[in-house]
Design a protein around this ligand. Structure first.
Ligand SMILES: Cc1ncc(C[n+]2csc(CCOP(=O)(O)OP(=O)(O)O)c2C)c(N)n1
Ligand code: SF4
Ligand SMILES: [Mg+2]
Length: 288
């Protein structure tokens, strides 16, 4: 039997949109006993305006700075009602997570509310027309980095290793099975979880809409996007990079890197290798 579709078909996201795919996959795991929240972002398309929504579950449109504060309130209200089996899904972009909503996210994690904070990372403020965020890659063109971003993307995952998350993971649209496994794990926690999902956005990154998964897979295989998780104080890598040189193919496929220099490509690769080596070291110790 076909599973109940909790996210309406025919949403007005772009063709090949990774964010919609992540939302569908997450709901397939979480099911109807879920409340979701979106901030202003491409994901707000799913929540809709006025009387219409794409979600077949209760959903809240929050403000950009404080989705995690809404999640905290909903989580505590459900607890008071004795409904502790409800999944609370905060579904936000990189701008709403890394930048504008970071303070609220940090606070919600520190207070230990039960909620899943999922960040789909399309590496820019896409809903307002592609401005840089702190998640944007070094060297990438956006409307506010016309000569390529000069700074590397913020490593929010390593930052959040220092907070008390019940469960933390990275994921990718390249591996939906792995993403679903991680969403399922997050749903079993009594406190906060954070899942950071790589979301190659063809509109912003300038590659054909049919290549979303190809680009996502290249990021994972080249080590530019590492799949790992942390639970019970231990970090575990889920998939090792296959060939570091695939990073060139990943970069060349995207129009946003049209003007990138070989030197900047090398910097990107070096940073990825450093991150990988740090994770290998973390695997060996009990952290936090
Ligand atoms: C405090 C605040 N600043 C700016 C905006 C304008 N705004 C609406 S959506 C958006 C982009 C959000 O980017 P991101 O969180 O990465 O999600 P995406 O659009 O990429 O899906 C911005 C800047 C806002 N709504 N509130
Ligand atoms: S801009 Fe990117 S994330 Fe936003 S709807 Fe289009 S493909 Fe999806
Ligand atoms: Mg974004």
């Amino acid at each position: 039997m076909e599973k109940e579709q909790l996210l309406s078909k025919g949403m007005t996201t772009c063709e090949g949109c990774p964010m919609e795919l992540i939302a569908r996959a997450s709901l397939e795991v979480l099911g109807p006993n879920t409340v979701t929240m979106t901030p202003p972002s491409c994901s707000a398309i799913l929540t809709g305006g006025g009387d219409e929504t794409g979600w077949g579950i209760p959903s809240v449109q929050t403000v950009l700075a404080s989705l995690p504060a809404y999640a905290s309130g909903i989580s505590e209200a459900l607890k008071i009602q004795g409904k502790e089996d409800v999944n609370i899904l905060g579904f936000a972009g990189d701008g709403g997570t890394f930048d504008i909503g970071l303070q609220a996210l940090s606070g919600a994690i520190e207070r230990g509310h039960k909620a899943i904070f999922l960040c789909y990372n399309n590496e820019a403020y896409m809903n307002t027309g592609n401005q840089r965020s702190s998640a944007t890659s070094l060297g990438a063109w956006t409307k506010t980095t016309p000569t390529g971003k000069k700074e590397p993307g913020k490593n929010i995952d390593f930052m959040l290793l220092h907070q008390n998350l019940d469960y933390q993971a990275t994921a990718s649209v390249a591996n939906i099975k792995d993403l679903k496994r991680k969403v399922e794990k997050a749903s079993r926690q009594k406190g906060p979880s954070f899942i950071h999902v790589h979301a190659p956005c063809n509109t912003g990154w300038k590659f054909p809409a049919s290549k979303t998964i190809t680009v996502a897979k290249l990021a994972v295989r080249s080590g530019l996007w590492l799949l790992w998780e942390k639970e019970n104080g231990r970090v575990k890598l889920n998939q090792r990079p296959v060939d570091w040189n695939l990073a060139d193919e990943y970069i060349r496929m995207q129009g946003r890197f049209d003007k990138i220099t070989d030197e900047v490509i090398e910097q990107i690769k070096t940073e990825a290798r450093n991150r990988y080596n740090n994770l290998l070291k973390m695997e060996e110790i009990e952290c936090l």
